[in-house]
Design a protein around this ligand. Sequence first.
Ligand SMILES: Cc1cc2nc3c(=O)[nH]c(=O)nc-3n(C[C@H](O)[C@H](O)[C@H](O)COP(=O)(O)O)c2cc1C
Length: 406
Amino acid sequence: MDMKSIQILNKELTLPCGVKLSNRIAKSAMSENLSTKDNKVNDTLINVYREWAKGQTGLLITGNIMVDARALGEPYNVIVEDTSQLDMLRKWALVTKGTSAQLWAQINHPGRQAMEQINEELKAPSAVSVHITGRKNATKKIPIAMTENDINDCIDRYGNTASILKNAGFDGVQIHGAHGYLVSQFLSPLTNQRKDKWGGTLENRARFVMEVYKNIRRKVGASYPIGIKLNSADFQKGGFSEADAMQVVHYLSDAGIDLIEISGGTYEAPVMMGYKKKSTRDREAYFLDFVKKARKITSTPLMLTGGFRTPSIMASAVSDGHVDVIGLARPFTVYPHLTREILDGSREGLRVQNRKTGIKAIDGAMNLIWYEAQIKRLGEGKKPKLKLNPWLVFIRYVWGVIKKRT
Ligand SMILES: Cc1cc2nc3c(=O)[nH]c(=O)nc-3n(C[C@H](O)[C@H](O)[C@H](O)COP(=O)(O)O)c2cc1C
């Protein structure tokens, strides 16, 4: 594909709220796992975004920020539930000012996927525990089914966190509605077995995400961007299906959401990282078929994440009208300025492959922690290292968990 065709990725996009993205490439959320021990923002984390902000990317979405200190996804996730660290949040939000990038904060509650080693109790729509392939007795803690009060408190928390982040200067927020975290747990009949108005029919299972969205909108106003990351399906028998997802796209579009990012899978069936049949991997974008269908039922801007590695394929996905924004995650850990390089033609393909230890249970985690280690290098002002030793990464990660608990 010639450079002229690639320039479609350099086109501005106006969101329903009126805010413009300067181009069509977004850095999708990646948990940085870089906070202080008490889960606050620090300079290493801010440095990572300072580096990413130099790369001409239209939209940078932060790693998931927790809305509840009692439910942590990883030991060093940032928690925002009050204004106690407003100064550091402001400093973080400032890194993109004066650049072409929008900086959105992804907000999340992990529900049953909270890390059991570092949370006293797990709360979820229903008492259904997690089973991760390759890990025997993966979860000993069975989550407690949320009460009506817990649910309402949680909906409030998403709105509260979003409004603090808006005041700190973030340009938008994204609800994490994918990958088996709390919103996604409510959507799935496998993990939501409730008999009240929050479970059962799809309308009931989607009530939580719709209330979360409406509450955030009330708090941040009509002209502030709100996005969501949503699964095209959970890829689990009896779980959230493609037909369900299509209907939820419909609900959210009608409600006025600004950007729907499509992904898929959960940490029990991690297809978002590419665990699909080879033919799908070869076509690069894992969830393109879903997005093509979704395009027919909504005019809300659609972002697609998972597998994109070749600029010409990204450009075709946009020029064919299937998607509006191309989301990339792992490539940004080793090519932090990839957008500029794609747009000026100096980067043709993105070769990203974490190294493995050969032990299945460890290599499952390596899909996250190897890339987190690259993110940490960016924060420390070091260059990415494609040969980073997976054993070293694993030992450092375990040490981090031990330190968190002591
Ligand atoms: C280290 C790491 C952390 C991630 N953390 C998040 C996260 O906090 N929120 C989220 O929505 N997705 C998260 N993801 C998933 C990515 O956003 C993305 O969906 C996935 O990596 C597939 O895209 P890619 O093929 O471009 O990497 C994470 C992925 C990685 C590698």
